[in-house]
Design a protein around this ligand. Structure first.
Ligand code: PLP
Length: 476
């Protein structure tokens, strides 16, 4: 591809992106395809000779696009959002043209220094105290793994990386059962082992862990010869938004000298609105926390903000200094690859910078407040609708519900049929979870381009399809 062709196709790609976003409401949200359809449409081997871009583009539209689930669709109500605000998409276009590998300060000084600055913007926007320093990780899973490794090293007096875990006391990490599975994986990968992840029961509507039970579990483990290392707290859990009492957890941790990591991957973005900060009250006492601007805030995937009170403990855990990575002659600079598990780093700070400047904190707050309001209104409408039950009340913009018609014997099966019918219809996209052993349907409002009319459309589609599924069951 020569420069002229690169220019032509860059323009086409940019135009295509705008038209794609504009036309999203006309597409089904979830891919309406069968397993194997894309794989089987692609030849088994790569071409020996170059192909024309026209042909490649035609196949992209014909083969790839039908198998895409549209995460930027305004009626994407599944999982959590992975918003890519247009300004952050533009930043990624520049990043992809520059294609710098930003592992060290000297491999792109402005990438490092912009990262320091925009994470400090974010820290202030979230109301976190000055002592917190931030780093961008690829994912919340990486941030949590890094935090669990710090817990391990700190508890073992920094000997785990050298000596391994054999012969060491058995470490213990504590969390509720509402935390994301990235915590389980961090426990596996760190060598601590799932049997040493102690699940503390949850209490009340917020499904936050029982702080007294946490304290008792730690004391009992100490008496039994285990070595408690840390606690992972949840603010806005993935299933139904389970939220711990962070202040209470930090108080227990302080008494036992344990490290606290807060997973606020989804809910953390909402903390730019002061009125939601009660959900993580006490976070200033935690040792680290993670939130994903790539979820709700609008920074194109991937972009995870990891804040630490003492970055030295992270660097002590992860930094490694072979000669070929040394930056002689530059003292006092940050090499962010020492703060993360992968060595190579994309230039992720640019999209946060573009995002925060193009929409302003006020614009982003408005979006989040609207989502919370529309979600609460939808939950209230479903509560008042015959045969519907809201099974968990909204935490921010996430709630769950179930359709419970009187004449249906197996309500789990019925709700599974309902969600499949809704997603096959394609006008909206929802996902499911279990609450107290029952199959329920999740709804979260979070798409960057969502309007109130989209929330109304969600209500209409849910009611219409629930009636159809019930009628089919009655006539079967
Ligand atoms: N924590 C929570 C609460 C999540 O909801 C998710 C993903 O949805 C994660 C962690 C993992 O995030 P990531 O995909 O960035 O690793």
């Amino acid at each position: 591809m020569d420069d002229d062709e690169f220019r032509v196709w860059s323009h086409k790609a940019a135009d295509w992106g705008v038209n794609y976003r504009r036309g999203l409401r006309n597409r089904p949200v979830r891919a309406q395809t069968m397993p194997g359809a894309t794989f089987n449409a692609i030849p088994p081997s790569a071409p020996e000779l170059p192909e024309a871009m026209d042909a490649i583009f035609a196949d992209f539209e014909r083969i790839v696009m039908p198998g895409i689930t549209h995460w930027q669709h305004p009626r994407f109500f599944a999982y959590f959002p992975a918003n890519a605000a247009p300004a952050s998409v533009i930043a990624e276009q520049f990043v992809s043209a520059i294609a710098a590998q930003c592992m060290l300060w000297q491999t792109s000084p402005s990438a490092t220094e912009l990262e320091t600055r925009v994470l400090d913007w974010l820290r202030r926007a979230l109301g976190l105290p000055e002592g917190f320093k931030g780093v961008i990780q690829d994912s919340a899973s990486s941030a949590t793994l890094a935090a669990v490794l710090v817990m391990r090293e700190r508890a073992l007096k920094w000997s785990g990386n050298r000596q391994g875990l054999s012969g060491q006391p058995r470490l213990r990490i504590y969390s509720s059962d509402q935390v994301h599975t990235s915590i389980d994986r961090a426990i596996w990968i760190s060598g601590i082992g799932e049997d040493n992840l102690v699940r503390i029961p949850v209490l009340g509507e917020m499904r936050g862990l029982d702080v007294a039970a946490l304290d008792a579990a730690i004391v009992s483990d100490q008496q039994a010869g285990f070595l408690p290392a840390g606690i992972v707290a949840s603010v806005g859990g993935t299933s139904v938004g389970g939220t711990d009492n962070v202040a209470g957890i930090c108080e227990v941790a302080r008494r036992h000298d344990l490290y606290v990591h807060v997973d606020a991957a989804w809910a953390g973005s909402a903390m730019i609105c002061p009125e939601f900060r009660h959900l993580w009250e006490g976070v200033a006492l935690a040792d680290s926390l993670v939130l994903n601007p790539h979820k709700w805030l609008g920074a194109q995937f991937d972009c995870s903000a990891h804040f630490l009170r003492d970055p030295e403990s992270l660097v002590r855990t992860l930094a490694i200094h072979p000669e070929f990575l040394k930056t002689h002659g530059h003292d006092g600079i940050i090499n962010y690859s020492e703060w993360s598990i992968p060595l190579g780093r994309r230039f992720r700070a640019l999209k946060i910078w573009f995002l925060l400047r193009a929409y302003g904190l006020d614009g982003l707050r408005n979006m989040i407040r609207n989502h919370v309001r529309w979600s609460e209104a939808l939950a209230a409408r479903l509560t008042q609708t015959v045969d519907f039950r809201v099974t968990t009340r909204p935490i921010l913009s996430l709630f769950s519900f179930r359709h419970e018609p009187k004449n249906v014997a197996d309500l789990d099966e019925h709700n599974l049929r309902l969600i499949n019918a809704i997603n096959n219809d394609g006008r909206i996209y929802l996902t499911q979870t279990k609450v107290d052993g029952q199959f329920v349907i999740r709804f979260q409002a979070g798409s960057f381009d969502m309007t109130e009319a989209d929330a109304d459309a969600a209500f209409d589609v849910i009611i219409e399809i629930a009636r159809q599924v019930s009628a089919r069951a009655a006539s079967a």
